[in-house]
Design a protein around this ligand. Structure first.
Ligand code: AMP
Length: 319
């Protein structure tokens, strides 16, 4: 882990209130940067850029610190209120319904990066106002790998800024509904191609429990989700996927300079494995109790599940 590249992430650090068919959680730790960093921290060093209010509980902060996540870029606004998101999932666990979004301290947030933050080789512009994503990217000195995510909230309100941002990123994580909304194309595969023409080298279309599609070098690769029988709360699955994906690419034993399809595929499998843990409990609870051996075990099992043998294809050819 120590020899890998560090990842800078800008995104929301939130208090989430979520209802799912399995129960509910109130004012729990959430936010795109939170899920991403917890997940990526299993593979590489993570530096968070974001903002919270005075009301952000210390116990939430400790969850991130316990995974050695660098919070020096997490501003605390005195008398300010932390970003809050209220959402629910019905029987269709693939689709979150936003009930309330309170930007609070994010409304006036102007990120100013420190030298160490500017030099991070990998940047994840997690789901937040595309103008803030842009402000962070503009301060980076020489990022080797830039990835971003977004949400229907920003696609509807800041489409132009988002489209411009996409011309500067290498990897774009987007879900099925968002890709349609962004491109106005109903066919997901065609929509993905439109997005890749806007700039990103790799487009990852997340489809919840139906897995993910990866578009790289003009070709689609499909991945199932790691099978989880008891999904409790899908909140954060997308950011956790991105954390596993980029964390793996930035981690020791890997290299951000290595860019080939096999590498993207391994990254996608890491993303799926991490996301499969997040959905097993509310908020970040499952990630908090996780040890590297658990994810290694699931990673191996997933590779095994993905393997297809066909002896008829390896018979010697005649003539
Ligand atoms: P995901 O389920 O991976 O798409 O992300 C869920 C997280 O995104 C939740 O923890 C929310 O706090 C956060 N979130 C929801 N809406 C927004 C928004 N408009 N901007 C930034 N973060 C958000």
């Amino acid at each position: 882990m120590e020899n890998g590249s560090s990842i800078l992430v800008v995104g929301s650090v939130a208090l989430d209130s979520v209802v799912t068919p399995k129960g509910e959680s109130r004012e729990a730790l959430g936010g795109s940067a939170t899920y991403f960093s917890l997940s990526a921290s299993f593979f590489s060093k993570v530096l968070v850029v974001g903002v919270v209010g005075e009301d952000f509980p210390n116990r939430h902060r400790r969850v991130l610190e316990e995974r050695s996540i660098d919070l020096s870029g997490l501003q605390v606004i005195q008398k300010g209120k932390t970003f809050r998101w209220v959402g629910e999932f019905g029987k269709d666990l693939n689709q979150a319904r936003t009930l309330e979004t309170h930007l609070n301290v994010f409304e006036h947030f102007r990120p100013k990066l420190e030298p160490e933050q500017k030099e991070a080789p990998v940047v994840f512009l997690a789901n937040i106002d595309p103008e803030l994503q842009w402000e962070v990217l503009a301060q980076m000195t020489h990022p080797k790998l830039v990835a971003c995510d977004t949400m229907n909230y920003w696609i509807s309100s800041k489409r132009a800024a988002l489209k411009e941002l996409l011309s500067q990123v290498h990897i774009f994580f987007v879900n099925e509904e968002e890709v349609k909304l962004l491109t106005q194309e109903e066919n997901v595969l065609k929509a993905g191609r439109i997005l890749s023409e806007w700039g990103p080298e790799v487009v990852v279309i997340k489809k919840g429990e139906n897995g993910a599609l990866l578009l790289a070098e003009g070709q689609y690769y499909a991945f199932p989700a790691y099978p989880v029988e008891d999904v409790v709360d899908p909140t954060g699955a997308g950011d956790t996927f991105a954390g596993g994906f980029l964390g793996y690419l930035a981690g020791a034993g890997s290299s951000v300079a290595m860019r080939d399809v096999q590498q993207w595929k391994r990254a996608a499998v890491h993303g799926s494995v991490m996301a499969s843990f997040t959905v097993e409990d509310f908020s970040t609870r499952r990630l908090e109790g996780l040890a590297s051996v658990h994810l290694e075990e699931r990673y191996r099992k997933f590779l095994e599940l993905l393997r297809v043998e066909d002896p008829s294809l390896i018979l010697p050819t005649v003539g």
